[in-house]
Ligand binder design. Structure first.
Ligand code: C5P
Length: 206
């Protein structure tokens, strides 16, 4: 079984993917980490003209096993990730690792932006998680603060809106829900209610 969980920055897709992985006993890949690892690796070159070539090289040499999430969770790295994610060459370089993860015999849960449309269009269940930007910024602030990071909440909301705008950009056609995705709006749901809704939706389609 393959479950695709897509949605914008800080929509709660990571939390829901983790809960679905536990519930259905499936391995989980947070594909945002791949883009974050590449963005982080080329940070020094991010606004230079050769950024695409640098990011492509970093993406081509990326070792999934070596990714260390704790360095990659900040909002700043999220912005770096969204800058290199616009290059089709970089997206192609990151495709196979995601595809292989999806196709492992155990099945898998993948969360990202284009899992249901590009990485695993044959997924058994596709969720597209949305929530109002202010709610997403608030949740992400609490998550970062819980990890001991100091958070400028206004700046965080701006970063989320900046990423939304770039993620919606024309360079790679924008991210939209797959036609057969189930839209789950978590704006007015707490975590437990969102998890219950996500599990119910997966159970309804498998
Ligand atoms: O999901 P997360 O916030 O960690 O993703 C960081 C950035 O990486 C996103 O804003 C997006 O630009 C990019 N990304 C992507 N495709 C994915 C996952 C993330 O383009 N499947």
């Amino acid at each position: 079984m393959i479950i695709a969980v897509d949605g914008p920055a800080a929509s709660g897709k990571g939390t829901l993917a983790a809960a679905l992985g536990r519930h259905f006993n499936l391995p989980i890949l947070d594909t945002g980490l791949l883009y974050r690892a590449v963005g982080h690796a080329v940070k020094a070159y991010i606004d230079l003209p050769d950024i695409e070539a640098r990011a492509l090289e970093a993406a081509s040499n990326l070792d999934l096993e070596a990714i260390e999430p704790e360095y990659l969770i900040s909002a700043e790295v999220g912005v770096l990730a969204s800058k290199i994610a616009v290059y089709p060459s970089v997206r192609r370089a990151l495709y196979q690792a995601q595809r292989d993860f999806a196709l492992q015999p155990s099945g898998a849960v993948l969360d990202g932006r284009d899992i249901g449309t590009t990485i695993a269009p044959e997924a058994d269940a596709k969720l597209f998680i949305v929530a109002a930007p202010e709610v997403r910024a608030y949740r992400r602030a609490r998550q970062l603060e819980a990890r001991g990071q100091k958070v400028d909440r206004e700046a965080l909301l701006e970063q989320i809106k900046e990423r939304d705008a770039r993620d919606a950009g024309a360079a790679h056609g924008g991210f939209r829900p797959a036609e057969d995705a189930y839209l789950l709006d978590t704006t007015n749901l707490d975590i437990e209610a969102a998890i219950t809704a996500a599990i119910a939706q997966v159970e309804a389609v498998i």
